[in-house]
Write a protein that binds this ligand. Structure first.
Ligand code: NAG
Ligand code: NAG
Length: 319
């Protein structure tokens, strides 16, 4: 295991819940003891509800390379400067805001996380990953007001499997390409996901702006969806209010994206939409064994600046 590196990885977990008495000092004191100890340490949060005024931030660097936190109770938590992280069986029910952000992280495994937030809560992504590599997210249920999982610039080697998402927006790569100099997204697998009543299933979205960004080697496989508004979507012309997008063409290069075994119902007629950049068309986009219906009929597909390779796909034609 590598040493925790200051400012390398920001792992931010935010849960705001119903709370009863202020426990911030107790948490900080438990953390500083665990942090200075050279031996593996466990912080145990017993059953019950804990009040924390604002956020408590657990900061590194620590002498300790193995701190585990077991939470039987409910609280608000914050971590920073972490690396080699495992999160399992964490549940958040009816919290107003809940998100887990990985920024600059390496070697993270998340398993069995349940995030059940109000479907109307704005901008509350379930899990957000960026500038991070070797991340595994397994067996989780996410209901939020925003993306179940969002994937930002600089993400590499991300594996997502066995996810139930909805309501919420879906699983999104992007928005990318806001900055001119941006690291790309590479080697992302999203497998065995069910989406119910989401805005999209899997989406790749970039600003209509010049950028060095890219997305490559992405596999979306075995998705089942019910009443999803845009089941398959690449949108490279993201530019709310037509502001800040000189030329309106995205510099983000999208290549080698495969969709396999994707089935279900679309809540809108256009179930597949590829709206790629006029200056950087999407290349190597493959669809195999895809069937999407709208009101019990085959749905429609829309294509701009994209070369598609389709095998056993309904809708069959893309115009
Ligand atoms: C792609 O990512 C997976 C983890 O999701 C990893 O096991 C695999 O080695 C990576 N492939 C390459 C070529 O780096
Ligand atoms: C495909 O997804 C369904 C759930 O939607 C799951 O039951 C099944 O095992 C998955 N198949 C494979 C081959 O992973």
């Amino acid at each position: 295991m590598a040493n925790p590196t200051p400012n390398h990885c920001l792992f931010h977990l935010l849960i705001l819940m119903i709370i009863l008495s202020d426990s911030a000092t107790a948490f900080l004191s438990a953390w500083s003891k665990a942090c200075v100890s050279a031996k593996p340490a466990e912080i145990h949060v017993p059953q019950g509800k804990f009040k924390i005024a604002g956020h408590v931030i657990f900061k590194g660097p620590c002498a300790n390379k193995a701190i585990s936190i077991t939470i039987d109770g409910e609280l608000t938590l914050g971590f920073s400067h972490s690396k080699n992280i495992g999160i399992s069986r964490l549940t958040s029910i009816n919290s107003q805001h809940f998100h887990i952000v990985f920024n600059g992280c390496e070697n993270v495994k998340i398993e069995g996380v349940k995030i059940i937030a109000d479907g109307n809560s704005p901008n509350t992504d379930g899990i957000h990953v960026q500038m991070s590599s070797n991340i595994i997210i397994l067996k989780s249920k996410i209901r939020t007001g925003d993306d179940c999982i969002s994937i930002g610039p600089g993400t590499r080697n991300l594996h997502i499997e066995n996810i139930e998402c909805g309501p919420g927006h879906g699983i999104s790569i992007g928005s990318l390409g806001w900055t001119r100099n941006e690291p790309g997204v590479q080697n992302v697998t999203v497998r065995t996901v069910t989406l119910t009543g989401t805005q999209y299933d899997v989406r790749i979205k970039s600003w209509g702006r010049p950028s060095s960004g890219f997305v490559k080697e992405v596999l979306f496989k075995n998705a089942t969806m019910t009443d999803v508004q845009n089941p398959i979507l690449i949108d490279q012309n993201y530019c709310p209010n037509n502001k800040n997008c000189p030329g309106q063409a995205s510099g983000v290069k999208i290549s080698d994206v495969r969709y396999e075994d994707i089935h279900g119902t679309s809540a809108t007629q256009v179930a597949m939409k590829f709206d790629c950049s006029s200056t950087n068309p999407c290349i190597g986009i493959k669809l195999e064994n895809v069937k999407l219906t709208y009101k019990n009929q085959v749905a429609e597909a829309s294509c701009k600046n994209v070369g598609l390779n389709m095998e056993s796909v309904q809708p069959q034609h893309c115009s």
